[in-house]
Design a protein around this ligand. Structure first.
Ligand code: ATR
Length: 276
């Protein structure tokens, strides 16, 4: 049976084995998708061993996405732009690193939720690895403006400088979000991993038409999603759809088949607990 795996730490609550199993069933196929819980010191060796033993593809999650980019023989343009890899596939020339996170987000926003980005005012909160992975794809959609707001202003400024060549990007501190209106607000901070929320002005959600949390918690609202809704955002979503869409793109890279995602998202929404 073809073998795939997710490398990260922690990975025990990952929904990826279930998602890829459901994708394979759509084509009457079976595959094995395992979880490899590994720290920084063991990451490169574990990946090497997996592919030496015939692994057909792998996903990479926190905290190894940047390390994976340094490990591979080649990067796709979107992985290069993200400076991070979430998908590995073998090739005759060695491992190729790709990044399907941004594509996954765009598919969820555009195709599943009907949220267009052309000429939209977009606010992205956070300036870490997760945000770096989505900025390029967001900017290729042609927003009117993209504001990166971060607790540490200098990190947001560095990202804005790096991506300004792709579109109208500005940086702000979280305090400076006490003014302005946005069509879409995206939470890309890792605050939710510890059950927390970034310290944002209470008036912000009422000035944003849509809130989207890159994190997800399954059937329940994430803390950010609930906060946004209660404070006045008309529509608020979590990243479960993005999770499934980035997985579908990985599946396509590995197996050349594009799975349908709607039923899989619905299954997870109804049935899942929290996960990473
Ligand atoms: P990831 O790979 O998940 O993006 P990361 O690269 O460590 O993780 O980035 C975490 C991001 O979440 C950063 O933008 C961080 O802000 P700082 O640059 O100021 O550290 C942000 N973040 C994490 N916890 C936060 C909190 N409680 N409030 C606000 N921002 C937070």
């Amino acid at each position: 049976m073809d073998r795939y795996a997710l490398f990260g730490q922690p990975v025990s609550h990952s929904l990826s084995p279930l998602i890829h199993g459901l994708f394979a069933l759509q084509f009457d196929q079976r595959l094995e998708y395992g979880l490899v819980n590994v720290g920084a010191a063991g990451f490169a060796g574990a990946v090497e061993a997996f592919f030496a033993e015939g692994g057909r593809g792998a996903n990479v999650t926190v905290p190894h996405k940047q390390a994976a980019a340094a490990l591979v023989a080649g990067l796709t343009p979107r992985a290069q732009m993200a400076a991070a890899v979430n998908t590995l596939r073998p090739s005759p020339d060695g491992l190729v690193g790709d990044n399907t996170d941004g594509t996954g987000l765009l598919r969820d926003l555009r195709d599943n939720l009907g949220i267009g980005l052309r000429d939209a005012r977009v606010l992205v909160i956070g300036a870490g690895g997760a945000v770096r992975g989505i900025l390029g794809p967001l900017l290729t959609e042609g927003p009117a403006s993209l504001c990166i707001a971060n607790r540490t202003l200098s990190t947001a400024e560095a990202l804005a400088t790096g991506f300004r060549g792709l579109g109208p990007v500005e940086a702000r501190s979280l305090d400076e979000l006490d003014r302005g209106h946005w069509d879409l607000m995206i939470n890309g901070t890792s605050a939710g991993l510890a059950g927390g929320l970034p310290d944002l002005p209470r008036t912000l959600p009422a000035r944003c038409a849509v809130a989207y949390d890159l994190s997800y918690s399954g059937h329940a609202d994430t803390a950010f999603q609930a906060w946004a809704r209660e404070a006045g955002t008309a529509r608020s979503f979590q990243g479960l759809g993005m999770l499934v869409e980035q997985a579908a793109e990985s599946f396509f890279l590995w197996r050349g088949l594009r799975p349908a995602t709607g039923n899989v998202i619905e299954t997870l929404r109804r049935g899942s607990g929290s996960g990473s």
